[in-house]
Design a protein around this ligand. Structure first.
Ligand code: ADP
Ligand code: ZN
Length: 759
């Protein structure tokens, strides 16, 4: 009997609820209609065709241009007990024949195939002999020449529809601007009401743009903050991928290069070591990552400017697929932009060149913009994002603005600057305009010596003028031309300043300097919860860290015997949930996100044994567990009520889960969940440090944040011992406890422990 999508979701994939537009897309397929799904990387596109594939009779074909992706997807499906296979150039003839036989016998439910293979006459007529249930076209943006990754072989795919007019088709992509979207829809004749666009917001990713100076030091600082965790560093050239990896290795970091110039075997080895968590950092060109869905990548650093927002968003989207907090850092320089611009020129194709350069301009604007990064990115993808209180609280701009950057009235300077631009014919860059303003006769052309603006800015230093020029450009008061030289041009806004008295406000220099000095402080802000005793940076599910480590080891040994990367066996988020909810039976483990029927049967008992052994060796934990376990709710409930769910809420911002906390506490929680430190939250909200701590203690009580984010395990044990010794009861003062514990403890920590163990 065919099964319902919900049933498949639960029993095969171990998930409780559909995400984003998954359910609507699946319904369209099951109605036999064509559809188009646009979802951010990590959103869950695969399930949009994998679930219906298992509901329908017959074979689902998945078209994908990426061989690596095929293998991963097939491995992941097999681990969940789904019969899947791929057909591409890596199979020899014997293997292909064997596969053809299995297809004829109807033994395969999902087949991944490269587009050029699918559209051959031979293959299409072979398909004609089978029962085909569904065509899924992954990376569908490759069909459009407006996209950033046009592949001519994708054009042929519309033939499939002619050959199989009654088989539904689902096209999916994570990246498509408005024009590309329209193109896909038109070419594949998808009905408008089956276009499913999900929000592109990746709430668990924080965005930072930094100037490309002291680049290596900046990278190292970041790696240190995320020590022991996985990260990708993208570089533009193969040479810099190599040299960066070398340098990091020399400095004792676990890093390897990856680019298309390496021998295939080396490339594969490096990739595997990264996937298996045996190497932490990959320094790579964009050749890396297509089809890598390692779920625990905690940061993506762009050492060089990407060519367009689409690529940038896709690459940064590789961070935090498991929904845990992660960082995207772009190191920007104007020189990079100029270099790229030259590289983008395609000979004899001015149209394509124009599109590519326009896309680069958008990327550049992103880096130079002073508005919320998240808002810019989402607007680029056609989405209106209005962060609450004008701050997403998780990008460099919002964090800086929040610290009250002071502005000054720069109208007069701007007028001087713009008139010098006009009088020199808008043919020069900022450097020259500044020489004119400063009255530097030795650097200025003779014909400019008599200009009215010559020397009118001599009272301001060249450095300050540079800063002003930069601010004017980044804030959009004037433009940088797109040609070979960084020439400045006036725009409507500059004219409004010159002729209509428009007022220009720019950040004060002192403030900027202060923020530079605060670099180290800000670095601490970037690191999640550094002032708290967080066991692992970025960990947001309350869990027992030592147990988590043991579960990781167990997962690794299972992964080795299965010949797959560990994250494919179970995600980090699932392990955290295990180390938090401590299931003791198969029935309980089945409720943990990510445990479908097959994984429960195959691995459940081993995880339970590990957990039981651990709990037996930690009696305190057992005590805590028994109170929790007394009313362990089913999976759906759990995601609303127990500590194990807070990571989901971090990304989903499920407001229903915040019931019982006052607005002000909820606001603190929201900022905390966005990865801010107590100090930052206190300064954003203009209240004291201890008020914020008080809020967080309440959040611990409401099981919204982990106790171990505020109190280390060692301290937790000491506090419990002290409470027991004093036979402390609700309503009694905490002073004797505090005194017994001594200097290293504070009241908030004691309160947090009490809140975590309700009497
Ligand atoms: P995409 O292809 O859109 O980048 P994937 O299909 O690889 O994303 O999904 C990203 C991750 O999210 C995978 O680990 C997947 O198993 C998980 N996932 C997808 N849908 C759900 C869901 N409804 N509930 C929980 N996890 C999900
Ligand atoms: Zn922001």
């Amino acid at each position: 009997m065919p099964q319902t999508p919900h049933h498949i979701l639960r029993s095969v994939f171990g998930y409780e609820k559909f995400r984003l537009e998954q359910e609507r897309a699946i319904s369209a397929v099951l109605r036999g209609e064509d559809s188009f799904v646009l979802m951010p990387t990590g959103g869950g596109k695969s399930l949009c065709y994998q679930v219906p594939a298992l509901c329908l009779e017959g074979l689902t074909l998945v078209v994908s241009p990426l061989i690596a992706l095929m293998k991963d997807q097939v491995d992941a499906l097999r681990l969940n007990g789904v019969e899947a296979a791929y057909l591409n150039s890596t199979l020899d003839e014997g293997e292909q024949r064997l596969l053809a036989n299995r297809l004829r016998l109807g033994e395969i439910k999902i087949l991944y195939v490269a587009p050029e293979r699918l559209v051959t006459e031979r293959f299409l007529s072979f398909l004609g002999t089978l029962q085909v249930a569904l065509f899924a076209i992954d990376e569908a943006h490759c069909i459009s020449q407006w996209g950033h990754d046009f592949r001519p072989e994708y054009r042929e795919l519309s033939r499939v529809k002619k050959c199989f007019p009654h088989v539904p088709l689902i096209a999916l992509t994570a990246t498509a601007d408005e024009q590309t979207r329209r193109d896909i829809i038109v070419q594949l004749t998808i009905p408008q009401n089956n276009v499913f666009v999900s929000s592109f917001n990746r709430a668990n990713i924080r965005y930072f743009v930094e100037q490309k100076q002291n680049t290596y030091e900046k990278i190292v600082a970041h790696i240190r903050r995320r020590s022991g965790e996985s990260g990708i560093i993208y570089t533009l050239s193969r040479a810099s991928a190599e040299s960066l990896a070398d340098r990091l290795q020399t400095d004792g970091f676990s890093a390897l290069p990856y680019h298309a110039g390496l021998e295939r075997a080396t490339r594969t080895r490096h990739q595997d070591l990264f996937l298996r968590d045996e190497v932490q950092i990959i320094c790579a060109t964009i050749a890396f990552g297509m089809g890598i869905d390692k779920s625990n990548v905690r940061y993506v650093i762009h050492h060089d400017l990407p060519k367009n927002i689409e690529s940038y968003y896709q690459e940064t989207g590789r961070a935090g697929r498991d929904g845990l907090p992660s960082d995207a850092i772009l190191l920007y320089s104007n020189a990079d932009a100029m270099k790229l611009q030259k590289m983008l020129v395609i000979e004899d194709n001015p149209d394509q060149t124009r599109i590519l350069i326009q896309k680069l301009q958008e990327m550049r604007k992103y880096a130079e913009s002073r508005q919320c990064r998240r808002k810019y990115l989402l607007q680029y993808f056609g989405e209106d994002f209005s962060p609450s209180q004008h701050s997403c609280a998780s990008c460099d701009i919002c964090l800086n603005t929040a610290s009250n950057q002071e502005l000054f009235d720069a109208t007069l300077s701007a007028q001087k600057f713009f008139s010098a631009m006009i009088r020199t014919g808008e043919r020069f860059g900022a450097g020259y305009v500044i020489e004119v303003l400063r009255g530097n006769a030795s650097k200025v052309r003779t014909e400019h010596l008599n200009l009215k603006t010559f020397g009118v800015g001599a009272d301001t230093s060249a450095a300050e003028w540079r800063r002003i020029a930069n601010e004017l450009c980044t804030a959009g008061w004037c433009e940088r031309a797109t040609g070979d030289y960084p020439i400045l041009k006036l725009n409507e806004r500059s004219k409004a300043v010159l002729y209509d008295g428009a007022k220009v406000l720019l950040p004060k220099a002192e403030e900027r300097k202060r923020s530079a000095r605060r670099e180290t402080e800000r670095e601490r802000e970037i690191a999640p919860l550094p002032t708290f005793a967080a066991k692992e940076a970025g960990s947001s599910i309350p869990h027992h860290a030592k147990l988590f480590e043991r579960l990781r080891l167990l997962r690794r040994s299972i992964a080795e015997s299965e010949g797959v990367p560990p994250f494919m066996v179970l995600s980090d988020a699932t392990l955290m949930e295990l180390a938090s909810s401590l299931p003791f039976s198969l029935q309980e483990i089945r409720r943990v996100t990510g445990f479908g029927e097959v994984k429960t049967q195959r691995y459940g008992a081993r995880f339970i044994k590990e957990i039981q052994d651990f709990v037996a060796a930690h009696p305190l934990l057992a005590q805590k567990t028994s109170s929790q376990k007394a009313s362990l709710p089913p999976k759906g409930e759990q995601s609303r009520n127990t500590v194990a769910s807070s990571h989901k809420n971090r990304s989903n911002a499920d407001s229903s889960s915040w019931q019982g906390l006052s607005d002000t506490v909820q606001e603190t929680l929201r900022l905390w969940q966005a990865g801010n430190t107590v100090e930052t939250i206190a300064s954003l909200r203009k209240v004291t440090h201890s008020t914020i701590l008080g809020h967080l203690v309440m959040c611990v009580g409401a099981k919204k944040i982990p106790l171990h984010a505020i109190v280390s395990e060692e301290k937790e044990e000491a506090i419990i011992d002290a409470l027991r010794e004093h036979e402390w009861r609700e309503g009694q003062g905490l002073k004797p406890i505090k005194e017994a514990l001594g200097e290293g403890f504070d009241y908030a920590e004691i309160r947090a422990v009490i809140a975590a163990y309700p009497q």
